[in-house]
Design a protein around this ligand. Sequence first.
Ligand code: NDP
Length: 286
Amino acid sequence: MEPGGARILDGAALARRLRGELQAQVSALRARGITPGLAVILVGDDPASQVYVRSKQRACQEVGITALDHHLPASTPARDIIALIRRLNDEPTVDGILLQLPLPGGLPTEAILDEIDPRKDVDGLLPDNVGRLWLGRPRFVPCTPLGVMRLLDEAGVSLRGAEAVVVGRSHLVGRPLAALLLQAHATVTMCHSQTRELDRVVSRAEVLVVAIGRPEAIRGAWIRQGATVIDVGINRLPDGRLVGDVEFAEARRRARAITPVPGGVGPMTIAMLLHNTVAAAGRRGA
Ligand code: NDP
């Protein structure tokens, strides 16, 4: 163990390295006449979504992916968003379509998402891609869980037979992550808001992944000695600080490796979005 506690898993550095690799892949695709294209649809003016969309666009530019920005007013009717998606489905230079969530209240999120061609669903959220993931025949794996798996790999964690606990069962993070951990032969326990004795379950984890959106709700004292801890949560405190879902300082004293917030999972999510887009471009015409 490093002085001061667990090894810090530097997602920002790993993401930078991955972006370098992706840049090389994009150059190779361009040499074949293919420029990967990602269409990003943002409806409304949610400030957090605007920040996410901007950082996705910047990352695309950095590796040579064309980012096509579609910013629509919050008052846009569902049928207009659907018409745009259908146009993008038919556009051969668009490899990925990303609909930034959450949509403004009143819009039928699932019905709109369902219009995206599953072969362009770089977020991996559509039933076709979710089913494929659970069948072990993945096409697009959701970006955050994919980034978590890369971080675990980087941490040198052996998942086969390991006791893995996932806290949070969202479609975006917890559930797809459980599928990936199972495929990697971990023994997986899923926890959520109805789980009894969460502290007891968490304390069993050799690998702990938390995605609940509750600042420091997972207490450091619950962490098993020598565990690897991945904190997906991003929470802004009233004083402006960003913290994760895990009580970092105390958890670091017990864990073997831990992700910081910010600078852990966040940058990896964006790198994996680029990865999925480049992979889709590689399959163009297939
Ligand atoms: P959701 O709100 O969709 O899901 C939260 C999950 O946590 C639910 O399954 C809920 O249980 C569970 N939960 C809530 N409170 C508790 C609790 N006290 N104890 C145990 N389980 C609880 O969140 P997301 O998965 O979308 O996001 C989770 C966090 O991760 C957020 O902070 C978000 O900002 C962050 N995030 C970060 C990303 C990154 O790139 N770093 C990407 C995506 C998300 P139930 O199902 O019973 O309601």
